[in-house]
Design a protein around this ligand. Sequence first.
Ligand SMILES: Cc1ncc(COP(=O)(O)OP(=O)(O)O)c(N)n1
Ligand SMILES: Cc1ncsc1CCOP(=O)(O)O
Ligand SMILES: [Mg+2]
Length: 207
Amino acid sequence: MTKFDRTILNKYFIMGSQNCKRNPADILLEAIEGGISSFQFREKGKGSLSGEDKVNLGKQLRRICKKHQISFIINDDIELAEVLDVDGIHVGQDDLPIEEVRRRFPDKFIGLSISNQQELENSSIALVDYVGAGPIFSTKTKKNAKEAVGIKWIQSIREQYPLLPIVGIGGIDQVNAKFVREAGADGVAVISAITEAANIHEAVKAL
Ligand SMILES: Cc1ncc(COP(=O)(O)OP(=O)(O)O)c(N)n1
Ligand SMILES: Cc1ncsc1CCOP(=O)(O)O
Ligand SMILES: [Mg+2]
């Protein structure tokens, strides 16, 4: 049983090998040293690994997170959630329905992507531990990402759900992160602001 604590959303690092110009394990270690609060393994999109290679990388990154007591969240891949004994699972609107994820994983924490009011109204928010709100700003990292919704989307969710843990995602960097938090988010979820940084320790600290 992994107890969910909203502070893990503070600096939520997301990465797969397709985001890395060098060894993913080294990047994750440096990000942990810099002060990330959680990690999502998102092996997805052009250049990503599959099959045994994906599992092996997942195991390596899982071990690193366990050693440093950093929450490990799997993106989309329910089968790998079991193999890697993850702490949490993140799914979006086009993934396995949240009711099914909760039924299969009563004791893990679950995050759900919410990009607009319709998705918010049609989702069983009571079943999730947190929501990923975005894309807040435009992103070059995810092809076919939805339209950027701006920080007003965070304000809107916060008004409707005063206690719901929220993490902003999409185009967030060291300059705009503070606006996301000021709008009511518990934290920021980032890929390129860390993976593309020349100095990963400094990049995480500055978020
Ligand atoms: C924290 C967080 N928020 C949102 C997402 C996006 O999830 P989804 O909409 O399912 O898109 P993919 O990441 O699966 O391409 C996320 N991964 N993490
Ligand atoms: C996975 C995902 N979901 C919405 S935007 C996004 C990509 C975020 O990447 P970046 O932090 O580099 O904009
Ligand atoms: Mg998904």
